[in-house]
Design a protein around this ligand. Structure first.
Ligand code: DX5
Ligand code: ZN
Length: 225
């Protein structure tokens, strides 16, 4: 069974003063999901946490793909559930002791659980979460160190994507960091189907064209699976 392409512009690169219209613009440009980065200790944390509230308020019918770069993701399950988040992706590095409980809580709030890992974390760490009694439904392979947009894509992380795709043909595999027209083919051919892109989409003169190009790259590879 194949997986479908999901292109997720990262709202971290958007104009925060016009969040709702930026989100609508991305949807009009063909985005499937809106990627929301939520971080601890970030001076825009308040705003970032409230992005889903804002979007919800504006009645945007969008899949909100939330990426939690926080030390205690459990604290965010309730507020994000209420805010209308669709996907809740936590980091394995901070959830080694409680991922089972976390996944169940995320599901109980009607969100889709995902797990992410940093470039230095071995891929084997996420296998139990994909195969567990309460499995995650997506793995997000970080292709830069988490923290901010505009960093350089790390090609060496593609070994992890390849290993995952080989083991789990129908799993949603997301990549995040440094994705754009010059790196999408590497990610797509390794097997990634959910593509987060911030600066390459928001910084492009024609965002729709970049989204469409990335979608085609994923679809081209996926039709051969
Ligand atoms: C990085 C964030 C990303 C970031 C991606 O820590 O998780 O979602 O916004 O930005 P680009 O696509 O510019 O690397
Ligand atoms: Zn992210």
């Amino acid at each position: 069974m194949g997986v479908t392409a999901k292109i997720a512009p990262s709202m971290l690169s958007s104009d925060f003063a016009n969040l709702a219209s930026e989100a609508q613009r991305m949807l009009d440009c063909g985005a499937d999901w809106l990627h929301m980065d939520i971080m601890d200790g970030y001076n825009l944390n308040y705003r970032l946490l409230h992005k889903p509230f804002i979007l919800n308020h504006c009645k945007l019918m969008a899949y909100l793909d939330c990426h939690l770069m926080v030390t205690n993701p459990l604290d965010y399950v309730e507020p994000l559930g209420k805010a209308g988040a669709s996907g809740f992706t936590f980091h394995v590095e901070v959830s080694r002791d409680n991922w089972g409980e976390l996944v169940q809580r995320i599901k109980s709030k009607g969100m889709r659980p995902g797990v992410s890992l940093k470039p230095g974390t071995p891929i084997e760490e996420v296998y139990p979460l994909v195969e567990g009694e309460h499995p995650v439904e997506m793995v997000l392979v970080m292709t830069v160190e988490p923290g901010f947009g505009g960093q350089k894509f790390m090609p060496e992380t593609m070994d992890k994507v390849r290993a995952l795709r080989k083991k789990y043909p129908s799993l949603d595999i997301e990549v995040d960091g440094g994705l754009g027209p010059s790196t999408i083919d590497m990610a797509a051919s390794a097997g990634a189907n959910c593509i987060v892109a911030g600066s390459s989409v928001f910084g492009a003169p024609d965002s729709a064209q970049v989204i469409s190009l990335m979608r085609k790259s994923v679809e081209e590879v996926q039709k051969n699976y």
